[in-house]
Design a binder for this molecule. Structure first.
Ligand code: PPS
Ligand code: MG
Ligand code: MG
Ligand code: MG
Length: 340
């Protein structure tokens, strides 16, 4: 008997591997000290489109009926104004992929990501590069792919090209490139992104004393409220400094016990979190034995289209401290909201 979602798991891994390879190639070829000083974002934009084209083309080949909720669309690659970028993206995809794709095919693959999402049937969700700012800094970013069935995340894969490998005892601490994968009910695993592909099961920490906890949160203060997480930390008696990591690598850190709490506190009342920013990380943390919810502790609801419209913010933590963390978040955010 084949395991639940075995084929989907294998295809999703292949797609994330290919897209991660493309992103690394772009970083090595195009991110230079000159693009960094000019704050030129074009390398990450090219990699973003290229990665979405590669993943969507692989999904279309194996699961042609499945719709995709992807972050990007081809608008900026159309017409005369898009020509230069379009040519670069098509060349890039063809330099990585196993088969040649024409311009129309590349744009068509990117635009398979326009699905509206929802509560019924199955669809994939893709963030071709999460942590665009981390990518440009040479720090953490992730290719994030998940399968949602009737509003529930059932499969998630994270490709983390710059994350340290910890899966083998005694492994070289300088080796980077990790892939994480989880299927509903089957546990969470990590392995090297390239090379030997043996999977190792991962577990969130078993902490029950919040004073020993390590936090992780976004690098950008526009994506979370660093001052409020400081107050929450004080309430929980946390003394260790927070770890700031870009992208869904925060969920990866939690899933393998390197951090115990991930806080994403809403910075704007009108911001709705995107499903592709959380779906893969969500199932990986849950299958590793952690818990994920919003600032009230309610589970994230992936059944309302392209955003988590019914949730505010995200709190993820080891199961033994999740309720205490949510209680502290409520005390601090409740107070902050009254002051406004
Ligand atoms: N206001 C606001 N609040 C919350 N989240 C936002 C906000 N604005 C953007 N985004 C999304 O944040 C995604 C990157 O999140 P990170 O956790 O990697 O942020 S950080 O780079 O570490 O600061 C980023 O994903 P990518 O665009 O894929 O990088 C955005 O979708
Ligand atoms: Mg993102
Ligand atoms: Mg992105
Ligand atoms: Mg973005």
């Amino acid at each position: 008997m084949t395991a639940y979602l075995a084929r989907e798991r294998q295809v999703a891994i292949q797609a994330v591997e290919q897209a991660s390879k493309l992103c690394q190639a772009v970083f090595n070829r195009l991110v230079t000290s000159s693009t960094l000083t000019k704050k030129d974002k074009s390398p990450v934009t090219i990699a973003d489109f290229g990665a979405q084209a590669v993943v969507n083309a692989i999904l279309a080949q194996h699961f042609p009926e499945d719709p995709i909720v992807g972050e990007e669309d081809s608008k900026d690659l159309q017409g005369d104004t898009g020509r230069e970028m379009r040519t670069k993206v098509v060349d890039l995809v063809n330099s990585i992929g196993e088969r040649t794709m024409g311009e129309e095919e590349v744009l068509g693959a990117i635009d398979r990501g326009q699905y509206a999402g929802g509560a019924t049937g199955r669809h994939w969700t893709l963030d071709p590069i999460d942590g665009t700012k981390g990518f440009l800094r040479g720090e953490q970013y992730a290719v994030c792919l998940a399968l949602i069935i009737d509003g529930q995340v059932r499969l998630g894969v994270l490709g983390c090209p710059n994350l340290e490998q910890t899966h083998q005892p005694g492994s070289d601490p300088n080796s980077r490139g990790v892939l994480m994968v989880a299927v509903d009910g089957q546990g969470a695993f990590q392995r090297a992104l390239t090379g030997i592909k043996d999977e190792t099961r991962i577990h969130a920490s078993s902490l029950s004393d919040t004073t020993q906890a390590t936090f992780c949160e976004s690098v950008e203060s526009g994506h979370t409220r660093h001052d409020d997480s400081g107050r929450i930390g004080e309430l929980l008696g946390i003394t260790r400094p927070p770890v700031r990591i870009d992208s869904q690598c925060k969920y990866a850190a939690l899933a393998r016990g390197q951090a115990d709490v991930y806080l994403r506190l809403p910075t704007r009342a009108d911001y709705e979190e995107k499903i592709w920013d959380h779906a893969a990380g969500n199932i990986i943390v849950r299958e590793a034995g952690g818990r994920v919810g919003d600032v009230t502790g309610s589970p994230l609801d992936f059944s309302h289209g392209r955003t988590l419209a019914r949730n505010r913010g995200v709190v993820a933590a080891s199961a033994g401290i999740f309720d205490q963390v949510v209680a502290a978040v409520q005390r601090v955010l409740g107070g902050a909201e009254k002051e406004e």
